[in-house]
Design a protein around this ligand. Structure first.
Ligand code: ZN
Ligand code: ZN
Length: 351
């Protein structure tokens, strides 16, 4: 900071001397920083935020012809802001993304993978991510800190005998793991701020907010609503009784507030919409939301676009078209979409 402020003219560090530094000079330096850092970045039209969707399906991949328009791969999205390459979740969609990244004229060498949780549908693409086999790749993997096993151990176990004839020792990329303890904020690259919040899902999961001067994306692929079941680190056996202790209700309320804050004013909210309302009533202990529950959060958070996501593996393209139309008809403040493979989002190309 000293160097940035003074640019070679800073007073010596420490002691009372700093307080004698003329106010006008500090103001001038602050203006200089605002001009050179904030001003130039804001004016840099070459940087954009580009979001691409590579997998939209929940639970397991599907390949039926009547589902291919929205897509059969499990959850994966990519965000690019300038030179910062972020991947959200490692479902089977990650395989196609890996090939696309390596096919670029100048493939990225530094990739940041943010994992919401380690259920199979969110990590099953990991061993098939082709940049893992490139010696120049540095992959930073972020995920929830757990008491049961570290993030590294969980992923390493998924890549081990006899499940797969491949281990960490076969990967050529340089891997780094970062565990996140619930709610937090951290910077990625020069232009991106990431915020996290814990969401309501069996064995816990994270939601991510990716924020830059060029767009805001909120990614919450798996969460139940916040009134019936409170999920934690254990399996919930549903006995038909909604949460009723004041501690549980308070925790659910807090979690809901955190989720609304995480999504506040986002350009795009990608949100769990696995169920119809009727299905939700039968499976409240699965930790997924209905279309109307997703819309309720989107409206409260004042997002511009809601993208239904984590599509039920039985949902056909025609079913999804219908749900999007029905729910678009129920709101005037949010634009409603069904996320599909190949979808691209940026402020420069409004949906
Ligand atoms: Zn899932
Ligand atoms: Zn899950």
């Amino acid at each position: 900071m000293q160097r940035a402020l003074g640019g070679g003219f800073a007073p010596p560090l420490g002691g009372h001397f700093r307080f004698t530094w003329p106010v006008w000079k500090m103001k001038a330096e602050l203006a200089f920083i605002l001009y050179t850092v904030v001003g130039v970045r804001a004016a840099d039209k070459t940087i954009t935020m580009e979001v691409s969707i590579w997998g939209t399906r929940g639970s397991y991949p599907v390949a039926r012809a009547e589902m291919l328009r929205y897509g059969g791969n499990t959850t994966c999205a990519a965000v690019r802001v300038g030179d910062t390459h972020i991947v959200l979740d490692a479902g089977t969609g990650l395989r196609g993304l890996g090939d696309a990244l390596l096919n670029q004229p100048d493939p990225p060498r530094h990739i940041l993978l943010l994992i919401t949780h380690t259920h199979w549908d969110h990590i099953i693409g990991f061993p098939f991510f082709t940049p893992l086999f490139e010696p120049h790749t540095r992959l930073e993997i972020y995920g929830l800190q757990r008491t049961q096993a570290s993030l590294r151990t969980t992923i390493a176990n998924a890549l081990s005998d006899p499940l797969l004839p491949l281990g960490f020792e076969d990967l050529r990329a340089d891997l780094h793991f970062h565990e996140i303890n619930g709610d937090g904020t951290f910077a990625l690259g020069q232009d991106v701020l990431v915020r996290t919040a814990q969401v309501n899902h069996p064995y816990r999961a994270l939601g991510y907010r990716i924020e830059s001067a060029h767009g805001v994306l909120c990614f919450i692929p798996d969460t139940g609503p916040f009134h019936t079941v409170l999920f934690g680190d254990e399996r919930v056996a549903w006995n038909g009784t909604p949460a009723n202790s004041s501690a549980d209700l308070q925790a659910l309320d807090q979690m809901r507030n955190d989720v609304v804050r995480l999504a506040a004013d986002a350009d795009w909210l990608i949100y769990d919409a696995q169920f119809t309302d009727e299905q939700y009533l039968r499976f409240p202990h699965w930790g997924h939301s209905s279309y109307s529950q997703a819309l309720e959060i989107a409206e409260e958070a004042s997002v511009r676009n809601l993208l239904f996501f984590h599509h039920d593996p039985h949902r056909t393209d025609a079913d999804l078209d219908r749900e999007v139309a029905v729910h678009q008809g129920r709101t005037t403040s949010v634009r409603v979409h069904g996320a599909y493979e190949g979808m691209r989002l940026s402020r420069e190309r409004p949906l």
